[in-house]
Design a protein around this ligand. Structure first.
Ligand code: ATP
Ligand code: MG
Ligand code: MG
Ligand code: MG
Length: 571
Protein backbone atom coordinates (compact mmCIF):
# COMPACT_ATOMS: atom_id res chain seq x y z
CA UNK A 1 0.00 0.00 0.00
CA UNK A 2 1.19 3.47 -0.91
CA UNK A 3 -0.16 6.21 1.32
CA UNK A 4 -0.66 8.58 -1.62
CA UNK A 5 -3.17 6.15 -3.10
CA UNK A 6 -4.81 5.30 0.21
CA UNK A 7 -7.19 7.37 2.31
CA UNK A 8 -5.60 8.94 5.34
CA UNK A 9 -7.39 11.77 7.09
CA UNK A 10 -6.27 12.44 10.65
CA UNK A 11 -7.80 15.10 12.86
CA UNK A 12 -6.16 17.35 15.42
CA UNK A 13 -9.20 17.42 17.66
CA UNK A 14 -11.61 14.75 18.73
CA UNK A 15 -15.32 15.58 18.66
CA UNK A 16 -16.48 17.09 21.95
CA UNK A 17 -18.87 14.19 22.58
CA UNK A 18 -16.05 11.61 22.54
CA UNK A 19 -15.55 10.86 26.22
CA UNK A 20 -13.22 7.90 26.15
CA UNK A 21 -9.80 7.46 24.56
CA UNK A 22 -10.74 4.81 22.04
CA UNK A 23 -13.56 6.95 20.69
CA UNK A 24 -11.33 10.03 20.53
CA UNK A 25 -8.38 8.24 18.98
CA UNK A 26 -10.31 6.16 16.45
CA UNK A 27 -12.03 9.31 15.25
CA UNK A 28 -8.83 11.36 15.15
CA UNK A 29 -6.98 8.57 13.35
CA UNK A 30 -9.75 8.48 10.75
CA UNK A 31 -10.81 4.89 11.51
CA UNK A 32 -14.47 5.60 12.16
CA UNK A 33 -16.91 8.30 11.13
CA UNK A 34 -20.23 8.80 12.84
CA UNK A 35 -23.44 8.39 10.84
CA UNK A 36 -25.80 8.68 13.83
CA UNK A 37 -25.56 8.07 17.57
CA UNK A 38 -23.95 4.67 18.04
CA UNK A 39 -23.85 4.07 14.27
CA UNK A 40 -20.55 4.40 12.43
CA UNK A 41 -18.91 3.94 9.08
CA UNK A 42 -15.82 1.79 9.48
CA UNK A 43 -13.30 3.75 7.42
CA UNK A 44 -10.67 1.78 5.48
CA UNK A 45 -8.10 1.61 8.25
CA UNK A 46 -10.69 0.85 10.93
CA UNK A 47 -12.11 -1.89 8.73
CA UNK A 48 -8.64 -3.42 8.36
CA UNK A 49 -8.42 -3.72 12.13
CA UNK A 50 -11.84 -5.36 12.33
CA UNK A 51 -10.97 -7.81 9.55
CA UNK A 52 -7.82 -8.87 11.41
CA UNK A 53 -9.81 -9.44 14.59
CA UNK A 54 -12.39 -11.42 12.62
CA UNK A 55 -9.69 -13.55 11.00
CA UNK A 56 -8.32 -14.62 14.39
CA UNK A 57 -11.79 -15.32 15.75
CA UNK A 58 -12.79 -17.25 12.62
CA UNK A 59 -9.60 -19.29 12.69
CA UNK A 60 -10.07 -20.36 16.31
CA UNK A 61 -13.77 -21.06 15.80
CA UNK A 62 -12.97 -23.31 12.84
CA UNK A 63 -10.23 -25.05 14.82
CA UNK A 64 -12.78 -25.70 17.57
CA UNK A 65 -15.03 -27.42 15.01
CA UNK A 66 -17.60 -24.65 14.88
CA UNK A 67 -19.21 -24.30 11.44
CA UNK A 68 -19.73 -20.92 9.81
CA UNK A 69 -23.07 -19.89 8.32
CA UNK A 70 -24.70 -16.49 7.96
CA UNK A 71 -28.05 -15.64 9.51
CA UNK A 72 -30.14 -12.62 8.53
CA UNK A 73 -29.98 -9.24 10.21
CA UNK A 74 -33.74 -8.79 9.73
CA UNK A 75 -35.62 -11.52 11.56
CA UNK A 76 -39.35 -12.32 11.66
CA UNK A 77 -41.11 -11.35 14.87
CA UNK A 78 -42.88 -14.72 14.99
CA UNK A 79 -39.74 -16.48 16.19
CA UNK A 80 -39.25 -13.87 18.89
CA UNK A 81 -42.84 -14.29 19.99
CA UNK A 82 -42.25 -18.04 20.20
CA UNK A 83 -39.24 -17.64 22.45
CA UNK A 84 -41.00 -15.06 24.61
CA UNK A 85 -38.38 -12.41 23.97
CA UNK A 86 -40.67 -10.28 21.78
CA UNK A 87 -42.26 -9.36 25.14
CA UNK A 88 -39.22 -9.63 27.37
CA UNK A 89 -36.42 -7.93 25.51
CA UNK A 90 -37.52 -4.35 26.10
CA UNK A 91 -36.46 -1.16 24.39
CA UNK A 92 -33.08 -2.43 23.19
CA UNK A 93 -34.84 -4.56 20.56
CA UNK A 94 -35.39 -2.52 17.39
CA UNK A 95 -38.72 -3.52 15.87
CA UNK A 96 -39.67 -2.68 12.32
CA UNK A 97 -42.60 -3.32 9.99
CA UNK A 98 -42.55 -4.23 6.33
CA UNK A 99 -44.95 -2.87 3.69
CA UNK A 100 -47.50 -5.55 4.61
CA UNK A 101 -47.45 -4.37 8.19
CA UNK A 102 -45.68 -7.51 9.35
CA UNK A 103 -43.37 -7.24 12.35
CA UNK A 104 -39.63 -7.83 12.17
CA UNK A 105 -36.66 -7.18 14.42
CA UNK A 106 -33.11 -6.12 13.68
CA UNK A 107 -31.24 -8.89 15.39
CA UNK A 108 -29.48 -8.07 18.68
CA UNK A 109 -28.45 -11.76 18.84
CA UNK A 110 -29.61 -14.90 17.03
CA UNK A 111 -30.83 -17.61 19.43
CA UNK A 112 -34.29 -17.68 17.82
CA UNK A 113 -33.18 -18.04 14.21
CA UNK A 114 -30.54 -20.67 14.97
CA UNK A 115 -32.97 -22.70 17.09
CA UNK A 116 -35.41 -22.55 14.20
CA UNK A 117 -32.66 -23.82 11.90
CA UNK A 118 -31.82 -26.56 14.40
CA UNK A 119 -35.39 -27.81 14.78
CA UNK A 120 -35.65 -28.15 11.00
CA UNK A 121 -32.17 -29.51 10.30
CA UNK A 122 -31.32 -31.74 13.24
CA UNK A 123 -33.30 -34.97 13.41
CA UNK A 124 -31.05 -37.56 14.92
CA UNK A 125 -28.53 -38.00 17.73
CA UNK A 126 -26.12 -39.05 14.98
CA UNK A 127 -25.85 -35.40 13.82
CA UNK A 128 -24.74 -34.16 17.24
CA UNK A 129 -22.84 -32.35 18.57
CA UNK A 130 -23.04 -29.33 16.24
CA UNK A 131 -21.87 -25.78 16.66
CA UNK A 132 -22.89 -23.05 14.19
CA UNK A 133 -21.49 -19.54 14.18
CA UNK A 134 -21.63 -16.35 12.19
CA UNK A 135 -19.98 -12.97 12.19
CA UNK A 136 -22.75 -10.51 11.55
CA UNK A 137 -24.05 -7.01 12.17
CA UNK A 138 -26.08 -6.64 15.35
CA UNK A 139 -28.40 -3.89 16.40
CA UNK A 140 -29.21 -2.94 19.98
CA UNK A 141 -30.96 0.31 20.70
CA UNK A 142 -28.67 1.09 23.63
CA UNK A 143 -29.89 3.70 26.08
CA UNK A 144 -26.68 5.71 25.96
CA UNK A 145 -24.60 4.93 22.88
CA UNK A 146 -21.87 7.41 23.67
CA UNK A 147 -18.62 5.50 23.62
CA UNK A 148 -17.84 5.01 19.95
CA UNK A 149 -17.36 1.36 19.00
CA UNK A 150 -17.31 0.42 22.68
CA UNK A 151 -21.07 0.65 22.95
CA UNK A 152 -22.48 1.05 19.50
CA UNK A 153 -26.09 0.56 18.50
CA UNK A 154 -25.01 -1.13 15.27
CA UNK A 155 -21.96 -3.32 15.88
CA UNK A 156 -20.30 -6.52 14.74
CA UNK A 157 -20.48 -9.67 16.81
CA UNK A 158 -19.36 -13.23 16.36
CA UNK A 159 -22.01 -15.47 17.86
CA UNK A 160 -21.84 -19.25 18.02
CA UNK A 161 -24.52 -21.73 19.12
CA UNK A 162 -23.87 -25.29 20.21
CA UNK A 163 -26.33 -28.19 20.09
CA UNK A 164 -25.86 -31.36 22.11
CA UNK A 165 -27.63 -34.54 23.14
CA UNK A 166 -27.34 -34.13 26.86
CA UNK A 167 -26.05 -31.87 29.59
CA UNK A 168 -22.65 -33.52 29.91
CA UNK A 169 -21.90 -33.17 26.25
CA UNK A 170 -23.27 -29.58 26.25
CA UNK A 171 -20.85 -28.82 29.07
CA UNK A 172 -18.02 -30.23 26.96
CA UNK A 173 -19.07 -27.95 24.08
CA UNK A 174 -19.10 -25.02 26.50
CA UNK A 175 -15.60 -25.91 27.69
CA UNK A 176 -14.36 -26.16 24.11
CA UNK A 177 -15.63 -22.65 23.40
CA UNK A 178 -14.19 -21.38 26.68
CA UNK A 179 -10.77 -22.70 25.65
CA UNK A 180 -11.11 -21.23 22.16
CA UNK A 181 -11.88 -17.85 23.73
CA UNK A 182 -8.76 -18.08 25.91
CA UNK A 183 -6.71 -18.64 22.76
CA UNK A 184 -8.45 -15.87 20.84
CA UNK A 185 -7.78 -13.18 23.43
CA UNK A 186 -4.20 -14.36 23.90
CA UNK A 187 -3.63 -14.18 20.13
CA UNK A 188 -5.16 -10.72 20.01
CA UNK A 189 -2.36 -9.63 22.31
CA UNK A 190 -4.62 -8.31 25.06
CA UNK A 191 -4.40 -8.54 28.83
CA UNK A 192 -7.67 -10.17 29.84
CA UNK A 193 -9.41 -12.25 32.46
CA UNK A 194 -12.23 -14.78 32.29
CA UNK A 195 -14.78 -14.13 35.05
CA UNK A 196 -17.98 -15.71 36.33
CA UNK A 197 -20.89 -13.62 35.09
CA UNK A 198 -24.58 -12.89 35.15
CA UNK A 199 -26.67 -14.27 32.29
CA UNK A 200 -28.67 -11.09 31.55
CA UNK A 201 -31.38 -11.17 28.89
CA UNK A 202 -29.86 -14.14 27.05
CA UNK A 203 -30.75 -16.39 29.97
CA UNK A 204 -29.37 -19.79 30.87
CA UNK A 205 -27.78 -21.14 33.98
CA UNK A 206 -24.01 -20.53 33.86
CA UNK A 207 -21.85 -18.05 32.10
CA UNK A 208 -18.43 -16.51 31.87
CA UNK A 209 -17.36 -13.17 30.53
CA UNK A 210 -14.03 -12.35 28.98
CA UNK A 211 -12.88 -9.00 30.24
CA UNK A 212 -10.12 -6.87 28.78
CA UNK A 213 -8.38 -5.16 31.66
CA UNK A 214 -8.53 -1.36 31.38
CA UNK A 215 -9.04 1.44 33.91
CA UNK A 216 -11.80 2.88 31.78
CA UNK A 217 -13.83 -0.33 31.69
CA UNK A 218 -17.49 -0.10 32.68
CA UNK A 219 -17.40 -3.39 34.54
CA UNK A 220 -15.79 -4.03 37.86
CA UNK A 221 -14.30 -7.43 38.43
CA UNK A 222 -13.04 -9.01 41.60
CA UNK A 223 -10.54 -11.81 41.65
CA UNK A 224 -8.42 -13.62 44.13
CA UNK A 225 -4.72 -13.37 43.33
CA UNK A 226 -4.22 -16.62 45.23
CA UNK A 227 -6.91 -18.69 43.54
CA UNK A 228 -8.67 -19.04 40.20
CA UNK A 229 -11.69 -17.15 41.57
CA UNK A 230 -12.73 -14.23 39.38
CA UNK A 231 -16.17 -12.71 38.88
CA UNK A 232 -17.93 -9.70 37.52
CA UNK A 233 -18.91 -7.66 40.57
CA UNK A 234 -22.47 -7.82 39.24
CA UNK A 235 -22.32 -11.41 40.30
CA UNK A 236 -19.57 -11.40 42.84
CA UNK A 237 -21.74 -10.38 45.73
CA UNK A 238 -23.70 -13.55 45.48
CA UNK A 239 -21.04 -15.56 47.30
CA UNK A 240 -20.51 -12.69 49.72
CA UNK A 241 -24.14 -12.84 50.58
CA UNK A 242 -23.55 -16.39 51.61
CA UNK A 243 -21.39 -15.10 54.37
CA UNK A 244 -23.02 -15.57 57.73
CA UNK A 245 -25.67 -13.04 58.34
CA UNK A 246 -25.26 -10.39 60.95
CA UNK A 247 -27.92 -10.37 63.61
CA UNK A 248 -30.20 -7.42 64.00
CA UNK A 249 -28.04 -5.91 66.68
CA UNK A 250 -24.55 -7.06 65.94
CA UNK A 251 -22.60 -6.93 62.72
CA UNK A 252 -20.30 -9.71 61.71
CA UNK A 253 -16.72 -9.15 62.52
CA UNK A 254 -15.12 -11.55 60.14
CA UNK A 255 -15.32 -12.07 56.44
CA UNK A 256 -16.86 -15.47 56.29
CA UNK A 257 -16.24 -17.98 53.58
CA UNK A 258 -19.48 -19.41 52.34
CA UNK A 259 -20.15 -23.09 52.46
CA UNK A 260 -22.05 -25.25 50.06
CA UNK A 261 -25.41 -25.85 51.78
CA UNK A 262 -25.92 -22.16 52.42
CA UNK A 263 -25.02 -21.55 48.86
CA UNK A 264 -28.01 -23.55 47.69
CA UNK A 265 -30.39 -21.92 50.12
CA UNK A 266 -29.41 -18.47 49.04
CA UNK A 267 -29.52 -19.35 45.38
CA UNK A 268 -33.11 -20.43 45.94
CA UNK A 269 -33.93 -17.23 47.77
CA UNK A 270 -32.47 -15.15 45.01
CA UNK A 271 -34.81 -16.73 42.53
CA UNK A 272 -37.90 -15.72 44.47
CA UNK A 273 -39.92 -12.94 42.92
CA UNK A 274 -39.84 -9.77 44.96
CA UNK A 275 -43.09 -8.02 44.23
CA UNK A 276 -45.05 -7.48 41.08
CA UNK A 277 -43.74 -4.03 40.52
CA UNK A 278 -40.40 -3.77 42.23
CA UNK A 279 -38.23 -6.40 40.62
CA UNK A 280 -34.92 -5.68 42.17
CA UNK A 281 -33.17 -3.51 44.62
CA UNK A 282 -29.71 -2.20 44.40
CA UNK A 283 -28.08 -1.21 47.59
CA UNK A 284 -24.52 -0.25 47.76
CA UNK A 285 -22.27 1.68 49.98
CA UNK A 286 -18.66 2.49 49.89
CA UNK A 287 -16.01 5.07 49.56
CA UNK A 288 -13.11 5.61 47.28
CA UNK A 289 -10.26 7.51 48.80
CA UNK A 290 -12.01 9.51 51.50
CA UNK A 291 -14.01 7.64 54.11
CA UNK A 292 -15.99 10.77 54.92
CA UNK A 293 -17.37 10.61 51.40
CA UNK A 294 -19.02 7.30 52.05
CA UNK A 295 -22.32 7.21 50.29
CA UNK A 296 -25.13 4.80 50.11
CA UNK A 297 -27.21 4.24 47.02
CA UNK A 298 -30.67 2.84 47.06
CA UNK A 299 -32.27 2.08 43.76
CA UNK A 300 -35.62 0.61 43.09
CA UNK A 301 -35.98 -1.10 39.78
CA UNK A 302 -39.15 -1.84 37.98
CA UNK A 303 -39.46 -4.34 35.17
CA UNK A 304 -36.57 -5.58 33.14
CA UNK A 305 -33.57 -3.47 33.85
CA UNK A 306 -35.64 -0.32 33.69
CA UNK A 307 -34.51 2.17 36.21
CA UNK A 308 -37.64 3.36 37.92
CA UNK A 309 -36.42 5.49 40.71
CA UNK A 310 -32.98 6.50 41.74
CA UNK A 311 -32.38 7.91 45.15
CA UNK A 312 -28.98 8.74 46.32
CA UNK A 313 -28.07 10.06 49.68
CA UNK A 314 -25.36 10.17 52.23
CA UNK A 315 -25.73 8.36 55.50
CA UNK A 316 -23.56 9.62 58.28
CA UNK A 317 -21.47 7.31 60.38
CA UNK A 318 -20.14 5.02 57.69
CA UNK A 319 -16.60 6.11 58.35
CA UNK A 320 -15.47 2.62 59.16
CA UNK A 321 -16.92 1.13 56.08
CA UNK A 322 -20.03 -0.36 57.65
CA UNK A 323 -22.52 0.00 60.44
CA UNK A 324 -26.22 -0.45 60.93
CA UNK A 325 -28.73 1.76 59.28
CA UNK A 326 -32.25 1.84 60.60
CA UNK A 327 -35.35 2.03 58.53
CA UNK A 328 -36.07 5.51 59.88
CA UNK A 329 -32.65 6.70 58.94
CA UNK A 330 -33.00 5.41 55.41
CA UNK A 331 -36.44 6.94 55.18
CA UNK A 332 -35.04 10.28 56.30
CA UNK A 333 -32.15 10.13 53.85
CA UNK A 334 -33.80 8.69 50.79
CA UNK A 335 -37.39 9.59 51.37
CA UNK A 336 -38.56 6.05 50.82
CA UNK A 337 -38.41 2.59 52.21
CA UNK A 338 -40.38 -0.13 50.51
CA UNK A 339 -42.75 -1.91 52.83
CA UNK A 340 -40.95 -5.18 52.78
CA UNK A 341 -37.53 -3.76 53.39
CA UNK A 342 -36.76 -4.48 56.96
CA UNK A 343 -33.78 -3.32 58.94
CA UNK A 344 -30.65 -3.51 56.89
CA UNK A 345 -27.90 -5.58 58.34
CA UNK A 346 -24.60 -4.78 56.87
CA UNK A 347 -22.31 -7.72 56.80
CA UNK A 348 -18.69 -7.03 57.49
CA UNK A 349 -17.43 -5.75 54.16
CA UNK A 350 -14.99 -7.66 52.08
CA UNK A 351 -11.85 -5.66 51.92
CA UNK A 352 -11.20 -5.08 48.31
CA UNK A 353 -7.70 -4.08 47.42
CA UNK A 354 -7.43 -2.13 44.23
CA UNK A 355 -4.26 -0.79 42.75
CA UNK A 356 -4.64 2.70 44.06
CA UNK A 357 -7.19 2.50 46.74
CA UNK A 358 -8.42 0.29 49.46
CA UNK A 359 -12.14 0.24 49.25
CA UNK A 360 -14.63 -1.36 51.53
CA UNK A 361 -17.58 -2.92 49.92
CA UNK A 362 -20.43 -3.43 52.26
CA UNK A 363 -22.89 -6.13 51.61
CA UNK A 364 -26.39 -5.95 52.80
CA UNK A 365 -28.90 -8.50 53.59
CA UNK A 366 -32.33 -7.08 53.81
CA UNK A 367 -34.20 -9.08 56.36
CA UNK A 368 -37.96 -9.29 55.73
CA UNK A 369 -39.78 -12.37 56.85
CA UNK A 370 -36.57 -14.00 57.64
CA UNK A 371 -36.10 -13.79 53.89
CA UNK A 372 -32.73 -12.65 52.74
CA UNK A 373 -32.47 -11.18 49.33
CA UNK A 374 -29.74 -9.44 47.72
CA UNK A 375 -28.67 -6.36 45.82
CA UNK A 376 -26.01 -6.38 43.28
CA UNK A 377 -24.17 -4.15 40.89
CA UNK A 378 -22.52 -1.17 42.45
CA UNK A 379 -20.80 0.78 39.74
CA UNK A 380 -17.92 1.82 41.82
CA UNK A 381 -17.12 5.48 42.01
CA UNK A 382 -17.75 6.32 38.41
CA UNK A 383 -20.75 7.63 36.57
CA UNK A 384 -22.85 7.52 39.67
CA UNK A 385 -25.68 7.50 40.25
CA UNK A 386 -26.13 5.29 37.23
CA UNK A 387 -25.11 1.86 38.34
CA UNK A 388 -24.69 -1.35 36.52
CA UNK A 389 -27.95 -3.07 37.05
CA UNK A 390 -28.55 -6.72 37.38
CA UNK A 391 -31.90 -8.37 37.74
CA UNK A 392 -32.11 -10.42 40.89
CA UNK A 393 -34.08 -13.11 39.19
CA UNK A 394 -31.14 -13.94 37.02
CA UNK A 395 -28.57 -14.05 39.75
CA UNK A 396 -27.29 -17.46 40.54
CA UNK A 397 -24.68 -18.17 43.12
CA UNK A 398 -21.20 -17.84 41.77
CA UNK A 399 -18.36 -20.10 42.63
CA UNK A 400 -17.52 -19.27 46.21
CA UNK A 401 -14.04 -18.04 46.66
CA UNK A 402 -12.27 -20.98 48.26
CA UNK A 403 -9.59 -18.83 49.80
CA UNK A 404 -11.84 -16.24 51.38
CA UNK A 405 -10.09 -13.14 52.53
CA UNK A 406 -8.77 -10.41 50.36
CA UNK A 407 -9.93 -9.96 46.86
CA UNK A 408 -8.38 -7.72 44.29
CA UNK A 409 -10.33 -5.37 42.13
CA UNK A 410 -9.92 -4.42 38.49
CA UNK A 411 -11.89 -2.58 35.88
CA UNK A 412 -12.70 -4.52 32.76
CA UNK A 413 -14.36 -4.27 29.37
CA UNK A 414 -16.63 -7.18 28.48
CA UNK A 415 -15.46 -8.39 25.08
CA UNK A 416 -16.79 -11.94 25.11
CA UNK A 417 -19.51 -13.87 26.88
CA UNK A 418 -20.28 -17.60 26.91
CA UNK A 419 -23.58 -19.01 28.18
CA UNK A 420 -24.78 -22.47 29.09
CA UNK A 421 -28.39 -22.34 27.94
CA UNK A 422 -29.67 -25.85 28.53
CA UNK A 423 -33.08 -26.24 26.88
CA UNK A 424 -34.34 -22.68 27.37
CA UNK A 425 -34.71 -21.99 23.64
CA UNK A 426 -35.12 -25.53 22.37
CA UNK A 427 -38.07 -25.99 24.72
CA UNK A 428 -39.69 -22.70 23.73
CA UNK A 429 -39.34 -23.47 20.01
CA UNK A 430 -39.80 -27.22 20.26
CA UNK A 431 -36.36 -28.16 18.95
CA UNK A 432 -36.10 -31.90 19.48
CA UNK A 433 -34.17 -34.78 17.95
CA UNK A 434 -34.55 -38.53 18.06
CA UNK A 435 -32.41 -40.29 20.64
CA UNK A 436 -30.81 -43.68 20.12
CA UNK A 437 -33.87 -45.38 21.63
CA UNK A 438 -36.09 -43.66 19.06
CA UNK A 439 -37.63 -41.25 21.56
CA UNK A 440 -37.60 -37.47 21.02
CA UNK A 441 -35.35 -35.41 23.30
CA UNK A 442 -34.69 -31.68 23.74
CA UNK A 443 -31.56 -30.19 22.23
CA UNK A 444 -29.17 -28.85 24.85
CA UNK A 445 -27.74 -25.49 23.86
CA UNK A 446 -24.95 -23.04 24.57
CA UNK A 447 -24.29 -19.64 23.02
CA UNK A 448 -21.06 -17.74 22.70
CA UNK A 449 -20.60 -14.07 21.76
CA UNK A 450 -17.59 -11.95 20.94
CA UNK A 451 -17.82 -8.22 20.28
CA UNK A 452 -15.60 -7.86 17.22
CA UNK A 453 -15.91 -4.07 16.96
CA UNK A 454 -15.77 -3.61 20.75
CA UNK A 455 -12.44 -5.46 20.80
CA UNK A 456 -10.91 -2.74 18.62
CA UNK A 457 -12.01 -0.11 21.12
CA UNK A 458 -10.95 -2.21 24.12
CA UNK A 459 -7.49 -2.77 22.64
CA UNK A 460 -7.07 1.00 22.46
CA UNK A 461 -8.32 1.62 25.99
CA UNK A 462 -5.62 -0.78 27.14
CA UNK A 463 -2.89 0.38 24.75
CA UNK A 464 -2.41 4.08 24.06
CA UNK A 465 -0.29 7.04 25.09
CA UNK A 466 -0.37 10.82 24.67
CA UNK A 467 0.51 10.53 21.02
CA UNK A 468 -2.08 7.98 20.03
CA UNK A 469 -2.94 4.33 19.66
CA UNK A 470 -0.44 1.51 20.25
CA UNK A 471 -1.95 -1.47 18.42
CA UNK A 472 -1.00 -5.00 19.40
CA UNK A 473 0.78 -6.35 16.32
CA UNK A 474 -1.90 -8.97 15.61
CA UNK A 475 -4.61 -6.39 14.91
CA UNK A 476 -2.71 -3.29 13.78
CA UNK A 477 -4.03 -1.72 10.54
CA UNK A 478 -0.48 -2.08 9.19
CA UNK A 479 2.45 -3.99 10.69
CA UNK A 480 5.05 -1.56 9.40
CA UNK A 481 5.14 1.94 7.95
CA UNK A 482 8.06 3.17 5.85
CA UNK A 483 8.64 6.91 6.20
CA UNK A 484 10.99 8.23 3.51
CA UNK A 485 12.52 11.68 4.13
CA UNK A 486 12.44 13.94 1.06
CA UNK A 487 11.18 11.30 -1.30
CA UNK A 488 10.54 13.68 -4.20
CA UNK A 489 14.00 15.22 -4.05
CA UNK A 490 16.13 12.14 -3.53
CA UNK A 491 16.16 9.25 -5.94
CA UNK A 492 18.36 7.27 -3.53
CA UNK A 493 15.72 7.57 -0.80
CA UNK A 494 12.98 6.74 -3.26
CA UNK A 495 14.71 3.61 -4.50
CA UNK A 496 15.79 2.37 -1.07
CA UNK A 497 12.25 2.85 0.29
CA UNK A 498 10.62 1.13 -2.65
CA UNK A 499 13.06 -1.79 -2.46
CA UNK A 500 12.48 -2.37 1.24
CA UNK A 501 8.74 -2.02 0.68
CA UNK A 502 8.79 -4.74 -1.98
CA UNK A 503 10.96 -7.00 0.17
CA UNK A 504 8.63 -6.69 3.15
CA UNK A 505 5.59 -7.35 0.99
CA UNK A 506 7.24 -10.45 -0.43
CA UNK A 507 7.61 -11.69 3.16
CA UNK A 508 3.89 -11.21 3.76
CA UNK A 509 4.33 -8.16 5.99
CA UNK A 510 1.41 -5.73 5.91
CA UNK A 511 3.39 -2.60 5.05
CA UNK A 512 2.49 0.92 3.96
CA UNK A 513 4.93 3.28 2.27
CA UNK A 514 4.20 6.90 3.15
CA UNK A 515 4.97 8.56 -0.18
CA UNK A 516 2.82 11.62 0.53
CA UNK A 517 6.02 13.70 0.83
CA UNK A 518 4.75 15.55 3.89
CA UNK A 519 6.99 17.12 6.53
CA UNK A 520 8.56 14.51 8.84
CA UNK A 521 6.87 15.98 11.91
CA UNK A 522 3.43 15.61 10.38
CA UNK A 523 4.21 12.18 8.99
CA UNK A 524 5.47 10.86 12.35
CA UNK A 525 2.56 12.38 14.25
CA UNK A 526 0.10 10.68 11.88
CA UNK A 527 1.61 7.24 12.30
CA UNK A 528 1.97 7.57 16.04
CA UNK A 529 -1.68 8.56 16.23
CA UNK A 530 -2.69 5.66 13.96
CA UNK A 531 -0.56 3.38 16.11
CA UNK A 532 1.42 1.31 13.62
CA UNK A 533 3.76 -0.93 15.68
CA UNK A 534 6.96 -0.39 13.62
CA UNK A 535 8.18 2.68 11.73
CA UNK A 536 11.17 2.66 9.38
CA UNK A 537 12.68 6.04 8.59
CA UNK A 538 14.80 6.25 5.44
CA UNK A 539 16.70 9.45 4.62
CA UNK A 540 19.75 10.63 2.70
CA UNK A 541 21.74 11.25 5.86
CA UNK A 542 21.23 7.72 7.12
CA UNK A 543 21.76 6.16 3.73
CA UNK A 544 25.12 7.93 3.51
CA UNK A 545 26.13 5.93 6.58
CA UNK A 546 24.27 2.91 5.17
CA UNK A 547 21.63 2.88 7.91
CA UNK A 548 17.88 3.14 8.33
CA UNK A 549 16.11 3.88 11.61
CA UNK A 550 13.63 1.40 13.00
CA UNK A 551 11.36 2.63 15.75
CA UNK A 552 8.94 0.44 17.72
CA UNK A 553 5.84 2.39 18.71
CA UNK A 554 6.36 1.76 22.43
CA UNK A 555 10.10 2.43 22.51
CA UNK A 556 11.77 5.67 23.53
CA UNK A 557 14.29 5.70 20.72
CA UNK A 558 14.95 4.18 17.32
CA UNK A 559 17.45 1.47 16.45
CA UNK A 560 19.98 2.31 13.74
CA UNK A 561 20.19 -0.71 11.47
CA UNK A 562 22.44 -1.29 8.44
CA UNK A 563 20.35 -1.18 5.27
CA UNK A 564 21.03 -4.76 4.23
CA UNK A 565 20.05 -6.01 7.73
CA UNK A 566 16.77 -4.08 7.91
CA UNK A 567 14.65 -6.91 6.58
CA UNK A 568 16.06 -9.48 9.01
CA UNK A 569 15.71 -7.02 11.87
CA UNK A 570 11.99 -6.69 11.19
CA UNK A 571 11.32 -10.36 10.53
P1 ATP B 1 -22.91 -5.06 27.88
O1 ATP B 1 -22.97 -5.61 29.28
O2 ATP B 1 -21.66 -4.31 27.61
O3 ATP B 1 -24.17 -4.30 27.51
P2 ATP B 1 -23.98 -7.49 26.96
O4 ATP B 1 -23.74 -8.30 28.16
O5 ATP B 1 -25.32 -6.90 26.74
O6 ATP B 1 -22.87 -6.33 26.90
P3 ATP B 1 -23.88 -9.86 25.31
O7 ATP B 1 -25.34 -10.01 25.08
O8 ATP B 1 -23.21 -10.73 26.29
O9 ATP B 1 -23.56 -8.30 25.64
O10 ATP B 1 -23.17 -9.89 23.85
C1 ATP B 1 -21.93 -10.52 23.56
C2 ATP B 1 -20.85 -9.52 23.27
O11 ATP B 1 -21.24 -8.52 22.33
C3 ATP B 1 -20.44 -8.71 24.48
O12 ATP B 1 -19.56 -9.46 25.29
C4 ATP B 1 -19.75 -7.52 23.85
O13 ATP B 1 -18.41 -7.83 23.51
C5 ATP B 1 -20.53 -7.31 22.57
N1 ATP B 1 -21.49 -6.19 22.71
C6 ATP B 1 -22.65 -6.18 23.39
N2 ATP B 1 -23.26 -4.99 23.29
C7 ATP B 1 -22.46 -4.23 22.50
C8 ATP B 1 -22.56 -2.90 22.00
N3 ATP B 1 -23.61 -2.13 22.29
N4 ATP B 1 -21.55 -2.43 21.20
C9 ATP B 1 -20.50 -3.21 20.89
N5 ATP B 1 -20.36 -4.48 21.34
C10 ATP B 1 -21.33 -4.98 22.13
MG1 MG C 1 -26.00 -4.98 26.93
MG1 MG D 1 -22.78 -7.49 30.14
MG1 MG E 1 -22.79 -10.13 28.25
Amino acid sequence: MHASKYHINTLKEAPAEAEIKSHQLMTRAGMIRKAAGGIYTYMPMGLKVLRKIEAIVRDEMNKAQAIELLMPVVQPAELWVESGRWEQYGAELLRIKDRHNRDFVLQPTSEEVITDIARNEIHSWRQLPLNFYHIQTKFRDERRPRFGLMRGREFTMKDAYSFDRDEASAQASYDTMFDAYMRIFARLGLEFRAVAADTGSIGGSRSHEFQVIADTGEDLIVYNPASPYAANLELAEAPCLLAERGSATEPLTKTATPDAPKCEIVAEQLKRPLTDTVKSIVLATGFEGKPEETRIWLLLLRGDHELNEVKTGKLAGFENGYRFATEDEILATFGCVPGYLGPINPVKPITVIADRTVAHMSNFICGANELGFHYTGANWGRDLPEPQVCDLRNVVSGDPDPQGGHLALQRGIEVGHVFFLGDKYSKALGATFLEKDGKPAMLQMGCYGIGISRIAAAAIEQNHDDRGIIWPLAIAPFDVVICPMGLQKSETVRNASELLYQQLRAEGIDVILDDRDTRPGIMFADWELIGVPLRITIGDRGLNENIVEIQARRDESAAKVPVEQALDFIL
